[in-house]
Design a protein around this ligand. Structure first.
Ligand SMILES: [Zn+2]
Length: 188
């Protein structure tokens, strides 16, 4: 896993897939997460009127309702899930070309999009990645809960600590060697 100088590397959600696309909070435009994050999907569901009462649902609830409708054969829901899948596919193409990953696990709420979403993503990869590389890459849906990101973040922190056990003690030492605080200024 690549963290980068400041730990902000591999933010695939902020890779632009459209230089004239939707503005993103990060300052870029056309970021992937503007098209296939839970927030973006929820907005799309509301705009298309695909799920009754979606306005008052959480992002997760709205996405789950969309995926359920698609599973039950709603053609409009299926069309949106396929569209989301294609955007996930564009993200996979970027990951493959940047990292030549052997296995890509699609997580968070989009992993609940099922076969319709996965097929659309794989179809994009099939057409946009050179065969020799694509054939060695597996793309699967995660079966973890949507908040697996939190678990992953905890795992990274624990791994860092186990790899560098002095992280804890060196913090303590630096605290001890620290100059005492300047006396506070006189309060009138
Ligand atoms: Zn962004």
């Amino acid at each position: 896993m690549t963290g980068g100088e400041q730990g902000t590397a591999t933010e695939v959600g902020h890779v632009s897939i459209d230089i004239n696309g939707r503005p993103c909070e990060c300052g870029n435009v056309g970021c992937l997460e503007q098209y296939c994050s839970a927030v973006a999907i929820h907005q799309e569901i509301v705009e298309r009127g695909l799920v009754h009462g979606a306005e008052s649902m959480s992002h997760q609830q709205a996405c789950q309702a969309l995926f359920a409708a698609a599973e039950n054969g709603d053609a409009n829901a299926q069309e949106l899930v396929q569209r989301i899948g294609r955007y996930v596919g564009y993200g996979c193409v970027t990951i493959i070309n940047a990292f030549n990953s052997r296995r890509i696990v699609i997580g968070d709420i989009v992993s609940h999009g099922g076969r319709i979403l996965l097929d659309a993503a794989c179809d994009v990869v099939e057409r946009r990645v050179i065969p020799e590389v694509k054939d060695e890459t597996t793309i699967v849906l995660s079966d973890m809960s949507p908040d697996a990101t939190v678990t992953g973040a905890a795992a990274v922190a624990i791994e860092q600590l186990l790899s560098h056990p002095t992280l804890l003690t060196s913090r303590g030492e630096s605290d001890e060697s620290r100059e005492p605080d300047e006396p506070s200024s006189t309060v009138p």
